[in-house]
Design a protein around this ligand. Structure first.
Ligand code: NI
Length: 186
């Protein structure tokens, strides 16, 4: 397994819509394992392919001890009730914002072995899955903010992005070992 470099806001791949994969191969499984390793190294709870510069429709999540891959995920139904919660993103480090999303979702996807499954999620898991599916469609959480809050988030990002030349974030050993971290980044 290997820790992949994370693309941050400004990298064009984050705005690309991903492509469904025809069947889950060993190469995809290797990629899924790398996504997990990278997510854990970055202390995240979700990570999607575009965040590491790839365009397959694949993401991983780990919320409340439920860790799984989502291949070709589709939201089958969602709740009309919206819930607001703070989100961050491994591709926009240190920027946070409240996002309103359906409180519950039903999602259909393939798992790491290529088997179809359906999951009904609520709370943080539902939020995380929707955030990752957004990534697979070229969307980021700041897109959901009001104009004013998005402006504020982008102003903050403007002061931070210089830390990531070429819009690439390479996780270093210190970061990986860091104990003080936010767990809301997805
Ligand atoms: Ni994210």
């Amino acid at each position: 397994m290997s820790i992949l470099r994370i693309h941050v806001l400004g990298s064009p791949v984050l705005r690309q819509v991903t492509k469904e994969i025809a069947s889950v191969t060993d190469e995809h499984r290797q990629f899924i394992d790398d996504l997990f390793e990278t997510m854990y190294a970055a202390h995240g709870i979700g990570l999607a392919a575009p965040q590491v510069g790839r365009t397959e429709r694949i993401a991983v999540v780990d919320v409340d001890d439920q860790a799984f891959a989502l291949v070709n995920p589709v939201i089958v139904s969602d709740d009309k009730t919206l819930a607001k919660g703070e989100e961050g993103c491994l591709s926009i480090p240190d920027v946070y914002g409240d996002v309103a999303r359906p409180e519950r979702v039903k999602v259909r996807a393939l798992d790491r072995d290529g088997n179809p499954f359906e999951i009904e999620a609520e709370g943080l898991l539902a939020r995380c899955i929707q955030h990752e599916i957004d990534h697979l469609d070229g969307r980021m959480f700041i897109d959901h903010l009001s104009v004013l809050r998005r402006k504020a988030a982008l102003a903050k990002w403007a002061t931070i992005k210089g830390k990531y030349p070429g819009y690439i974030r390479t996780l270093n050993a210190d970061e990986v070992a860091e104990h003080h971290h936010r767990d809301e980044e997805l």
